[in-house]
Design a protein. Structure first.
Length: 434
């Protein structure tokens, strides 16, 4: 699967091999199996599009003009950004078509796509560029055996690691304590305590992991129909009108996601005209700068689902929604009374879109995870280190798994909307970072 490409590109005065992403996760499998080289990108995009039920002829309306590689990586991030944004826009154009507005062509500028995959780096608040969003304690650490990456951007995770390591809140103190651990032992201890961390692995090491085996049974985008009595419910995309200039006008989306991947999916739907309501919880932490970046086009609300009044309010909102988008770990919302069967009972024909970190099956399915941790666990950091000749593991130049998974999820949701328009059924859409 992981083949080096025969083309080379020089970055930062170093020659690195341009290759596909090497792992078998949802977004990763798209990159390794679908985006093999930039030369045959069109045929690989066709494979992904057709796999989810798209008509091959529609791809004639997708235009991905060539341009420079702008993201310094040994992986085809520029191609993937342009391709996945293009496919999600093509799905939006299909919604235009079935609403009677004719065939719309899709153009995606390569440089613009790369910038969108780093959108959190390029905007200002009151004229000032956003701050570095990483907590000082977050990042990669050398262990007694191996390396580990910890994620401490949320206060409770930060305190959890300090409690686990029994040290003060300084980088040097954390480094000293982590050096007493074997990386895999600390990874397991973190998981037991509900803390996000992953040991550094090469792609070959990841291939031997049980979670890798579980992911082989999951498709990059899983779209499954749900039989439900939709009598009396608005399930179809309404006919196109001259008052509506956007593909998803009138589509109501509840967005219960956080950080980047899920919110990018909601932002994409909003960009195509959906009425997106982002719902957060007053007791959960957030990163305000990311909320602003991924909140373009959305409205916001806050509900504490542990409170009966707020729980009932969400039920009322679901009853009027077309899409329920959530990014909590598998089973989290079900524990609060919002399992798949209940969602379909409240709103027959609902499209339920689920996002998680490490997949929906396997031993890591319930683990907390983020893009940076997935990169570390699945071989990216090692491959980038080797490609650039670095002495330490190297991160990707963007949170490509988050952004890519967001566009995959938006693509799956719009495909499900199109299918529901034809048959009235509800659908479940699943995408994972790993």
């Amino acid at each position: 699967i992981c083949k080096l490409l025969n083309q080379q590109t020089r970055y930062q005065e170093q020659k690195v091999m341009r290759r596909p992403f090497p792992t078998m996760s949802s977004i990763n499998r798209v990159l390794v199996e679908k985006f093999v080289t930039s030369m045959n990108i069109a045929s690989k995009l066709k494979d992904l599009w057709v796999d989810i039920g798209g008509e091959a002829e529609s791809l004639q309306r997708l235009h991905l003009p060539k341009g420079p590689d702008v993201l310094p990586s040994s992986f085809l991030i520029d191609d993937v950004a342009q391709g996945l944004i293009g496919l999600s826009a093509l799905a939006a154009s299909e919604c235009i078509r079935i609403r009677g507005a004719g065939d719309a062509k899709v153009y995606v500028d390569r440089i613009h796509a790369a910038a969108e995959f780093r959108s959190d780096r390029y905007y200002k608040i009151n004229g000032v560029l956003v701050r570095d969003l990483w907590d000082p304690l977050a990042g990669l650490y050398k262990c007694k055996v191996g390396w580990i990456r910890i994620h401490t951007n949320f206060p409770h995770h930060r305190q959890g690691f300090l409690d686990l390591l029994q040290c003060e809140a300084s980088r040097s103190a954390v480094e000293s304590k982590i050096m007493e651990w074997n990386a895999h032992d600390l990874e397991d201890a973190a998981a037991v305590n509900g803390l996000p961390a992953t040991a550094l692995r090469s792609y070959e090491e990841w291939q031997s992991h049980p979670q890798f085996s579980a992911l082989r049974n999951e498709s990059p985008i899983e779209i499954t129909s749900v039989d439900a009595d939709t009598t009396g419910y608005r399930t179809k995309l309404s006919p196109w009108s001259t008052n509506s200039a956007r593909p998803l006008s009138g589509v109501r989306v509840l967005d219960l996601t956080r950080i980047i991947a899920g919110p990018v999916a909601g932002r994409t739907l909003a960009a195509h005209g959906a009425d997106v309501l982002h719902i957060s919880s007053p007791h959960l932490p957030s990163i305000d700068e990311l909320v602003l970046d991924t909140g373009r086009g959305k409205r916001t609300a806050s509900l504490d689902l542990r409170q009966p009044k707020d729980h009932a309010k969400l039920c009322d909102l679901i009853a009027e929604a077309d899409v329920f988008l959530q990014g909590y770990r598998p089973g989290s919302l079900a524990s609060l009374g919002f399992d798949d069967k209940t969602l379909q009972r409240i709103r027959p024909g609902l499209i339920v879109a689920d996002l998680c970190a490490y997949g929906f099956s396997g031993p890591w399915s319930s683990r907390r995870g983020f893009d940076s941790l997935t990169q570390t666990a699945t071989g990216y950091n090692v491959d980038e280190m080797v490609a650039f000749g670095d002495s330490k593991p190297r991160v990707l130049p963007t949170q490509a798994l988050d952004h890519g998974s967001g566009y995959l999820l938006a693509l799956g949701i719009m495909t499900a909307l199109k299918l529901r328009h034809a048959n009235g059924k509800g659908y479940q859409v699943k995408v994972s970072l790993a």
